[in-house]
Design a binder for this molecule. Structure first.
Ligand SMILES: [Zn+2]
Length: 442
């Protein structure tokens, strides 16, 4: 059987440098790569390839969720502010995590993402062998990193992360990668940060870290290190083009300049920041400084949805509201952040539909009230609906590495009913093992 898949007659959003949109266009996939992207009128012979008629659908790059945690227990203790939540819920839960629970939680998390058109996740969590197994089976493109902290916090170590790299980096046709993950500054030391950079350089990989997420984090950093989080990260070599810094809500002007100087990638996670009461990132200043910014949902525990359409809407509305400026974050810019900016942050050949790139493609159904009215041939209308009107349920088909993972909203790669059952059981088992400590003062 041919490895080619021809998607005909769609509204093709290439997200390429020229921002080409082809109404009635064709996208040809060959194995794990995009073979051709053609405007209306340029046909291609089937020659035994499978064909999809995308007449009422938008064909676009899959979404990149640039800051992600597999989540086991969403909707649990979610009234708490960040520090209390981490101490009494998140850390106890991930300390009680075993490989089997992590595997089912990852499958449930990844399935929800695939349902919402996400083709790549940048997942910081524990039990990476189990996550890699889940990613391999369900078919999502997964960049994994550990939750590394200093030893007394009883989370992961750099040795765990090095072992996870050894076991999994480059597996599943290169779909699975491993970065060095640093939880955040309050659970780190300067020595740990320097060692993390040394390990990343030795392995030839990048770093994933939370930075400047909350005012509390900044205060703790001032107390522990006498400097703000991004200053400490800079001084210890963490920042750079291979570093993805999540949140960056409370950046000083000096810290913004350090991000710019080092070419650090930022994941903007506005709905998580809002839910946890952490504030609103200085996105307009980041963009004005030329920093590459992608989007992330963070974790279903602090969101509580993995729907990147929802994140896209937040990423526009929250800045318009807080700056009293409706010109901020126009829809095409937001879609760029959720596709090619995220891909650029990870150094991936995804996020654009161009020949030679990886075949990570989604089909969005426009034959719905969500997309009505839709002016024929209007690029602006398409982008507007994607960001402001749609939610993840508009995604009909999700393709990663040329493999169709969901079609007609049915997940094809795993038994979703079983995943839901087992993820529920895993949550109850882990919850029963959780040891919740007294809230620690720093
Ligand atoms: Zn996070």
């Amino acid at each position: 059987m041919s490895d080619r898949l021809i998607i005909r007659n769609g509204i093709v959003l290439t997200m390429n440098d020229a921002n080409d949109v082809h109404f009635g266009g064709t996208v040809v996939l060959d194995g794990d790569r995009i073979e051709a992207v053609l405007p209306a009128g340029e046909s291609v012979e089937a020659n035994g390839a499978r064909e999809i008629d995308a007449e009422t659908k938008i064909v676009m790059p899959g979404l990149i969720d640039l800051h992600y945690h597999t989540a086991l227990g969403k909707g649990w203790s979610d009234h708490l502010p960040l520090w209390e939540y981490l101490q009494t819920c998140w850390y106890p839960m991930i300390r009680a995590l075993d490989p089997e629970s992590a595997y089912w939680a990852a499958l449930a998390s990844y399935a929800e993402s695939i349902r919402c058109g996400v083709t790549t996740i940048n997942d910081m969590y524990r039990q990476l062998d189990a996550l890699a197994k889940a990613a391999e089976e369900i078919g999502i493109r997964a960049v994994l990193s550990n939750d590394v902290a200093t030893d007394e916090h009883d989370l992961d170590t750099l040795a765990d992360n090095a072992q996870a790299f050894e076991n999994n980096n480059g597996s599943a046709n290169g779909r699975i990668q491993v970065l060095v993950g640093i939880e955040w500054l309050p659970l780190a030391s300067e020595e740990l940060l320097r060692d993390a950079r040394a390990l990343a350089n030795e392995l030839g990989t990048g770093i994933h870290i939370h930075l400047n997420e909350s005012l509390g984090e900044v205060e703790i950093s001032m107390k522990m290190f006498g400097r703000r989080p991004t200053e400490v990260a800079y001084d210890n070599g963490i920042l750079g083009p291979d570093c993805i810094a999540a949140h960056c809500v409370w950046l000083s002007d000096k810290e913004l300049a350090l991000m710019r100087e080092t070419g650090t990638q930022i994941s903007h996670n506005p709905s998580s920041n809002a839910k946890l009461g952490n504030g609103i990132a200085r996105l307009p200043e980041m963009l004005a400084a030329g920093i590459n910014v992608g989007l992330g949902h963070d974790a279903a525990e602090c969101n509580n949805s993995r729907d990147m359409f929802e994140v896209m809407k937040y990423a526009s509305l929250i800045h318009r509201a807080s700056r009293v400026d409706a010109s901020l974050q126009p829809a095409p810019d937001v879609v760029r952040q959720a596709t090619r900016n995220g891909a650029a942050a990870l150094g991936h050949e995804t996020g654009q539909l161009i020949p030679g790139h990886k075949a990570d493609v989604i089909l969005v159904e426009t034959n719905s009230t969500m997309f009505t009215p839709l002016m024929p041939g209007s690029v602006d209308h398409v982008f507007s609906h994607l960001v402001f009107a749609a939610n993840g349920s508009c995604v009909d088909t999700t393709i990663v590495d040329g493999r169709v993972l969901m079609e007609g909203r049915k997940i094809l790669s795993v038994d979703e009913d079983r995943v839901i059952r087992e993820a529920n059981r895993a949550f109850q088992e882990v919850e029963s093992r959780m040891v919740v400590p007294e809230l620690a003062e720093v």
